[in-house]
Design a protein around this ligand. Structure first.
Ligand code: AMP
Length: 116
């Protein structure tokens, strides 16, 4: 299975990559919603959170520790930031390759707007 993020990870399409190791890759979102908006993605295609297994626990843990390091590098750790993982239709997931959004660099407001 391939995805647009898998192509970025393999270097087949351009990206502003900020980190890569044997488990995860991080690159800047093409349509940033905040001064810092980085996507942290497993190198292996896992479509959604629903597809995770216990075998993926190291990878998921790495996504968090990389988020922490990148937040420090971006200078947003002290003021704070938000980590988001969307899942399927109600979560408004658009790319079916698991990814964590790291957002910061401005006050982000409340977590969600209330329904009307
Ligand atoms: P989600 O709605 O959680 O699936 O988020 C998908 C994110 O991927 C969006 O914020 C898009 O702007 C971002 N995105 C889509 N294509 C690319 C790309 N080629 N490079 C970087 N970010 C992308």
């Amino acid at each position: 299975m391939t995805t647009i993020f898998a192509k970025i990870i393999r270097g087949e399409i351009p990206s502003d990559m900020v980190y890569q190791d044997e488990l995860v890759t991080a690159f800047r979102d093409i349509s940033p919603m905040a001064p810092t908006h980085i996507l942290i993605v497993p190198n292996k295609v896992i479509p959604t959170v629903n597809d995770l297994t216990e075998d993926d626990e190291l990878t998921v843990g790495r996504m968090f520790t990389v988020a922490k390091k990148l937040a420090e590098q971006e200078g947003i750790a002290e003021d704070g930031y938000r980590l988001i993982v969307n899942c399927n239709k109600h979560g408004h997931q658009e790319v079916f390759h698991l990814h964590m959004h790291l957002l910061g660099g401005r006050p982000l407001g409340r977590m969600l707007s209330k329904p009307n």
